[in-house]
Design a protein around this ligand. Structure first.
Ligand code: GDP
Ligand code: MN
Length: 423
């Protein structure tokens, strides 16, 4: 689960991590009042659950898809500006009036960035902060490296830009420091970071070590999956400051991170994923392709997506339906998938173990009764109660395409999605 920048910064501040002075506003008048409090020269930042805001563009909802396409095709000619005509998600304002105008231009609109997808994200709040005089920009993050079974600090002198881009162009510019969970944060980490980031001044080294230790503690104590500060800046008056802040908490820890769970902002989440959760389909993740998938088991779901790709197609989603003992769950899974307008074919891949094929079949038959299913449905079924399930399908006479093997099922689904096979 993601939280907003202003929430992440409040959390960071509690761990002694320096952040710019500022407050969040939900109206342009409030933004103006905060700017007055802060002395007038501020930065106004759209609060959405996606990065790339500075280079994004604020548009009305009906223009998000078009803007997203333009940003992808030719970013430079469409990206927003921190000053000037084209309103992005980060604006510098030199007076309370300008802050009010910047907030008014963002609030109630949608921000599209390279990270938001074609739907963009609604801007309901803006963070108003004092402007910082930036000397240098760094990148700093903490994630979990499953392979190393440890936390991993990533840092770079190439801050303020997408780290994926830095990793591609200049991988040596990224320093990677594993932090063993049992050993915890050690002082050598701060010294290592400082030397690699070229911070030779002793006072700055101390600041960096405190900041890294504070962020590591925030990461561990809050069950984070990501803490990212991009950019971490050195100001002209010699202070390190978290200018931007991302904080993701592990969904599996929300039961014990109640205060964080309260920060959930469903409006920022993918509407289909929210819908899936409402219908009790917890393991649904929206993807970019056009083949909807229903699979039991996360590993099999991954393998199914791989097989679709191998057959030349693109999955529209990841969906692990789990051990199904209620046909309604299958109906709900099909409902979510059919609500995705990009789905052109559906592949149901079931390896019946504890999940029974006859229950799945009942669910699919029920779905055909309840809904108008216009896209081809390909089913590959094996395992427990296969004969019973096949008998039910036969009897119901619903127009599903059966396949014996996964590779065959994927091939048929890919062809079906291209319109080669009629349902
Ligand atoms: P993002 O685009 O969503 O990652 O938003 P950021 O918070 O990282 O802001 C984008 C960029 O705006 C930063 O990389 C900075 O270069 C710039 N920026 C943001 N706040 C300030 C500020 O107070 N002073 C200056 N000089 N630049 C800022
Ligand atoms: Mn940033």
């Amino acid at each position: 689960m993601k939280v907003h920048e202003y929430q992440a910064k409040e959390l960071f501040a509690r761990y002694g991590v320096p952040v710019p002075r500022g407050r969040v506003a939900s109206t342009a008048q409030e933004a103006r009042a905060i700017a007055e409090e802060l002395g007038g020269r501020v930065v106004v930042k759209a609060q959405i659950h996606a990065g790339g805001r500075g280079k994004g563009r604020v548009v009305p909802q009906e223009e998000t898809a078009e803007m997203y396409r333009k940003l992808r095709e030719d970013p430079a000619s469409h990206e927003g500006q921190v000053r000037g005509e084209r309103v992005g998600g980060v604006r510098l304002a030199d007076s309370p009036e300008e802050a009010e105008a910047a907030a008014a231009a963002m609030l109630g609109k949608y921000l599209v960035s390279i990270q938001t997808g074609p739907e963009g994200k609604p801007v309901r709040r803006v963070l108003v902060e004092e402007q910082s005089a930036v000397e240098r920009e760094f990148y700093f993050s903490i994630t979990i490296d499953g392979g190393l079974e440890s936390a991993l600090i990533l840092a770079s002198t190439e801050g303020g830009q997408e780290i994926e881009e830095v990793a591609r162009r200049n991988p040596e510019a990224i320093v990677r420091i594993p932090v063993n969970f049992a050993a915890g944060y050690q002082p050598y980490i701060g010294r290592w970071l400082a030397s690699r980031l070229g911070l030779l001044d002793e006072a700055l080294q101390r600041q960096l070590a405190e900041l890294a230790a504070g962020l590591y503690r925030a990461f561990v104590e809050n069950d984070a999956s990501l803490v990212e500060v991009n950019p971490l800046v050195l100001t002209k008056d010699g202070r390190l400051l978290a200018l931007d802040a991302k904080f993701n908490v592990d969904d599996n820890a929300l039961f014990r991170q109640k205060a964080l769970a309260e920060l959930r902002d469903r409006e920022q989440e993918d509407p289909l994923e929210v819908r899936a959760q409402e219908l009790g389909i917890a393991n649904y993740i929206k993807l970019d392709g056009n083949i909807g998938c229903i699979v039991n088991g996360a590993g099999l779901a991954m393998a199914t997506m791989d097989t679709i790709k191998l057959a030349g197609g693109e999955p529209a989603n990841f969906l692990d339906i789990g051990t199904v003992n209620d046909p309604q769950r299958v109906v709900n899974a099909l409902r979510v998938i059919l609500e995705d307008p990009s789905v052109k074919a559906i592949l149901i891949n079931i390896f019946g173990g504890m999940a029974r094929v006859d229950v799945i079949a009942q669910g699919v038959i029920e779905a055909f009764k309840q809904m108008e299913i216009r896209v081809p449905v390909v089913m590959r079924l094996v395992g427990t109660n296969l004969a019973e399930g096949e008998a039910l399908l036969q009897e119901a006479g619903i127009p599903v395409i059966r396949a014996k093997e996964l590779a065959e099922a994927a091939r048929i689904a890919v062809e079906a999605a291209r319109g080669a096979v009629a349902s």
